[in-house]
Ligand binder design. Sequence first.
Ligand code: ADP
Ligand code: MG
Length: 344
Amino acid sequence: MKNEKQTQISEVGEFGLIERLTKNIQIKNESTLKGVGDDAAVLDFKNKQVVVSSDLLTEGIHFNLMYVPLKHLGYKSVVVNLSDIFAMNAVPRQIVVNIALSTKFSVEAVEELYSGVHLACEKYGVDLVGGDTTSSLTGLTLSVTVIGETEKENLVYRSGAKPNDLLCVTGDLGGAYMGLQLLERENEVFKVNENMQPQLQGYDYILERQLKPEARGDIVAAFKKIGIKPTSMIDISDGLSSEIMHLCKNSNTGCNLYEDKIPMDFQTKKMAEELSINPLVAALNGGEDYELLFTISIEDYEKIKNDPDFTVIGHMTNVSEGTNLITNAGSAVPLEAQGWNHGK
Ligand code: ADP
Ligand code: MG
């Protein structure tokens, strides 16, 4: 992109820009009757229930363009929204994308951002059906809204967990946070000496977890296949600790989470050691892993026990027992909801 001619947005105008961003869209879903090009998109979900979720991302708060490539940003901003739809046990069908741009963004830069948006749409089978484009004085603001659907009886809320249900998680945790720590460390080095090459070798997995996360649509499909409906579910955007507390609060239960059960990748632990961070903190409070946290009734254990995608990390208890981390030493420590403080 760097060697190409950079076109000022004023040269093509707002409509010219929208045309360039949306000209190749091919509708993939039956429910999309009308996409980009009129005053509003038209959707038809027949007898399905419709689920909607939205996220707003601001430059300097949610992303740093010093080390986040625009294409990755476009991809990730779609994926994190799809994750919310999967967390309802639903299937995403359409997205709407709103952008506010300052004059530092060329037409080519916005096209690069949209190449990531389109890539995510391809991968997850969703249609980009509209949006809005406006100017900004302070960098880039990006908002994605996603619309999904499922049958009423499939929907899974945060509120359905019962005492004795098993608490389960997909994939592994803490990687995205450790990837971010690595990128920030190298960015600091770069600020001091622009000739320094970043030291990123051996950390491809955690970098990908941070820069190009995936949403667990495969898990929603797997639930259907193996005949499981979780009793409650949430996606892990803010760290395991805070998400567990959401499930417990909404379901009016307590829980015991076992430290030694929390799944973590080798690179996550290695980076944590290098930076003298407790990897448990990365998993509990790091955020941005976009895995699914869910509860199942104990009778369903047989159906998941041999699947490497799932790890049982604890169980739900009576609300009076509180939300506890059972440490490797066997003591119970109350969980704290720190969430992820983007501003640090
Ligand atoms: P309006 O004046 O009604 O807001 P616009 O000119 O903003 O219409 O948009 C024209 C069409 O392009 C609409 O279908 C709108 O949804 C779509 N659109 C505008 N901006 C974007 C964008 N950033 N991404 C995708 N679609 C967009
Ligand atoms: Mg508009």
